[in-house]
Design a protein around this ligand. Structure first.
Ligand code: 4NP
Length: 155
């Protein structure tokens, strides 16, 4: 059974912190005891808060991303987390290239792991507009809802 999930994007300031905040609240509402965290494959934003546009769109949807500070994924994460879920194929490929063979089975795309066939990726909103940030919330909620269903089936 999965007891911990690490959500991963590129900068750890737009997508994965929002999905982490959604998962933390919705897992707690569903009384599902899974530890969640997030990280980026890049280190450009280490120590920073989530992007203000992400924080605002999350807040509007009822999720608090303010405690988050960005960090880069580390070698220990592959050992410590039961599932390492990437927001898109680019970050999936980066993670797979850094992950020791024995932990590769923990790695997947977030939406695919949730059981969603399409779309498979949460698109990067960094150079986008409000609609792209809303889309992150929408896909995050759909994916987390499916993760909860999946967890209940395998529990
Ligand atoms: P994220 O978005 O991977 O969802 O956190 C991005 C954040 C920063 C950059 C790109 C994407 N960047 O190029 O700095």
């Amino acid at each position: 059974m999965i007891k911990s999930i690490l959500f991963v994007c590129l900068g750890n300031i737009c997508r994965s912190p929002v999905v982490e905040a959604i998962a933390r609240l919705e897992f707690s509402r569903a009384r599902i005891d899974v530890y969640v965290d997030s990280a980026g494959t890049a280190d450009y934003h280490t120590g920073e808060q989530a992007d203000s546009r992400s924080l605002a769109s999350a807040q509007r949807a009822g999720y608090d991303g303010s405690p988050h500070r960005a960090r880069q994924i580390s070698a220990e994460d592959f050992e410590q987390f039961d599932a390492v879920l990437a927001m898109d194929n680019r970050n999936l490929a980066t993670i797979l290239s850094r992950c020791p063979e024995r932990f590769r089975g923990k790695i997947d795309l977030f939406l695919r792991h949730a059981g969603i066939a399409s779309p498979l990726e949460v698109p990067d909103p960094y150079y986008g507009d409000d609609g792209d940030f809303r889309r992150v919330i929408e896909l995050g909620r759909i994916g987390v809802e499916k993760l909860i269903e999946r967890h209940r089936i395998t529990a």
